[in-house]
Design a protein around this ligand. Structure first.
Ligand SMILES: Nc1ncnc2c1ncn2[C@@H]1O[C@H](COP(=O)(O)OP(=O)(O)O)[C@@H](O)[C@H]1O
Ligand SMILES: N[C@@H](CC(=O)OP(=O)(O)O)C(=O)O
Length: 460
């Protein structure tokens, strides 16, 4: 079971989490728990790290450490009063360590990817020991393990590290022996390299930790506990009448999470899918609701379009040049340069005249992408590169779209009726997803229009 930041955000939330774990543990289940940092803490750690690096004098390190201590201490006092002194001692040790690192960043005015990862892993380092203490207080034996202790080995790509296959045996040997006598609480989001250097798995990466741990220990099911009733037809913060999908295929969930449905981390689905472990999304605040279950496509309902999602903070890049027409090697030049600059491309589309290639990259990669393309331009492969940051990518997702004619027509007609201009279009050959790009100002309206067009608010 993985509990996200919203599920462990304060003392009431943690009480609720302990109740859920206790109930399933008492019913005779062996459980392993993965937790995220308390809601907002990872953002605060990112912010202080950046602030300290850029400070000329007197960065607010002490104030920051005091506010972390106050928030975590208050929650600990409420959920595990019997262990307050001991666990507060551990929290203070960790905060002293965090303070030292922040001071080092300040003194050097240098925040490396490695030190950032170490700093931002502290949210989970603090939340997990509190949840574990709260479980013990409720009579459930528990130990807390950091990602490294739990056996999560990653490559060294700081900020979005990938878990290495060898983790499986490490996790098995470290976690499985604990299960018969306790409920281990693993710190999500973090792992370490073979040399013990701390890495993080990308934002919302605790879902990925849970999938890795769950498959490694051969869990019967992996449950992701969050603050909504399951995977929904659209982000409920955007679409009021979004509906919970009782079952979603692994592929659909992958497309949805890739295109911004924060409810699951894109990398969390593949491990479960490969090992055939059912993955369920449930609501900590409404635990009796059935939630959503990720299943194989064969067990699907027959609705063609299942959900609409959108992702902002992306940029559109248009590459043009008649030199591209009929010339082999242009695409290779473009994509190998982007690869060398470590640019992650989210969408690609090429006009049939071959004189134009459009790409979508996330905003963070825009500068690197433009630098890469500039090199390609110098080498004469392309003539012009334009970009636009004010765009969003929208995706219409559903396995039933494969082989069903008319879906793209309905999408275009509905958007056209609303005067929404399509700036780029892309459809994978798997046909699970039709994605397109519109102006940022049209993004939410596009989701709304399509949610209505495909009747997603109505029960099937
Ligand atoms: N299609 C969707 N279905 C469900 N939730 C979605 C979807 N798209 C976006 N979300 C958002 O994802 C949020 C849950 O993710 P997150 O805030 O990261 O929770 P946690 O802290 O539990 O990991 C929900 O509150 C919801 O607003
Ligand atoms: N704490 C990390 C990892 C995580 O998974 O968080 P959440 O489960 O709250 O999305 C983050 O904020 O990115």
């Amino acid at each position: 079971m993985k509990f996200g930041g919203t599920s462990v955000g304060d003392e009431d939330c943690i009480d609720r989490v302990v109740g859920i774990i206790n109930k399933h543990h008492t019913a005779g289940n062996e459980l392993c728990v993965v937790v995220s940092a308390m809601a907002g803490v990872t953002d605060q750690l990112h912010a202080i790290a950046a602030e300290v690096e850029g400070s000329r004098d007197d960065p607010p390190i002490d104030t920051f450490i005091a506010s972390m201590r106050a928030r975590h201490g208050k929650v600990l006092q409420a959920v595990a009063p019997g262990e307050y002194e001991t666990v507060m001692g551990v929290i203070d040790e960790r905060l002293a360590n965090l303070k030292n690192i922040l001071m080092a960043v300040y003194n050097l005015r240098e925040l490396t990817a490695r030190s950032r990862d170490y700093i931002i892993s502290f949210g989970e380092r603090l939340s997990a020991i509190i949840v574990s203490a709260a479980l013990r207080e409720a009579g459930v034996p528990s130990v807390a393990l950091n990602g490294c202790e739990a056996g999560i080995r990653t490559n060294g790509r700081h900020g979005c590290a990938e878990v290495l296959p060898e983790s499986s045996t490490h996790i098995q040997s470290r976690v499985v022996p604990l299960l018969s006598e306790s409920v281990p609480v693993v710190m999500g989001y973090m792992g370490c390299t073979g040399d013990g250097i701390v890495t993080t798995l990308g934002r919302s990466g605790s879902d990925y930790s849970a999938a890795i741990v769950g498959t490694a220990i051969e869990a019967d099911e992996i449950w992701i506990w969050t603050d909504v009733d399951g995977v929904m037809t659209a982000d409920p913060r955007l679409i009021e009448d979004a509906r919970v999908l009782s079952s979603v295929s692994y592929h659909e969930a992958m497309e949805l999470s890739f295109f911004g449905a924060k409810v699951l981390h894109p990398r969390s689905i593949e491990p479960a899918m490969q090992k055939g472990v059912p993955l369920r999304v449930k609501n900590t605040f409404n635990p009796d609701a059935p939630g959503s279950c990720l299943v194989d496509a064969s067990a699907q309902d027959h609705r063609v379009v299942k959900a609409i999602t959108y992702i902002d903070k992306v940029s559109l890049i248009n590459i043009t040049g008649a030199q591209m027409v009929g010339r082999p090697g242009v695409a290779r030049a473009i994509f190998s340069a982007l690869g060398e600059f470590e640019v992650n491309i989210m969408m690609i589309s090429q006009g049939s005249s071959e004189a134009n290639i459009s790409l979508i990259v996330d905003d963070e990669h825009l500068t690197a992408a433009l630098a890469a393309l500039n090199e390609v331009m110098q080498r004469g492969y392309i003539r012009e590169v334009e970009h636009d940051r004010n765009v969003v990518a929208v995706a219409v997702v559903g396995v039933g779209m494969a082989g069903t004619p008319g879906i793209a027509g309905r999408i275009f007609t509905a958007l056209g009726r609303e005067g929404i201009n399509l700036m780029m279009l892309s459809q994978g050959s798997s046909e699970v997803n039709v994605s397109f790009v519109v102006k940022q100002a049209d993004g939410q309206r596009a989701v709304r229009v399509l949610h209505e067009e495909f009747g997603l608010a109505e029960e099937s």
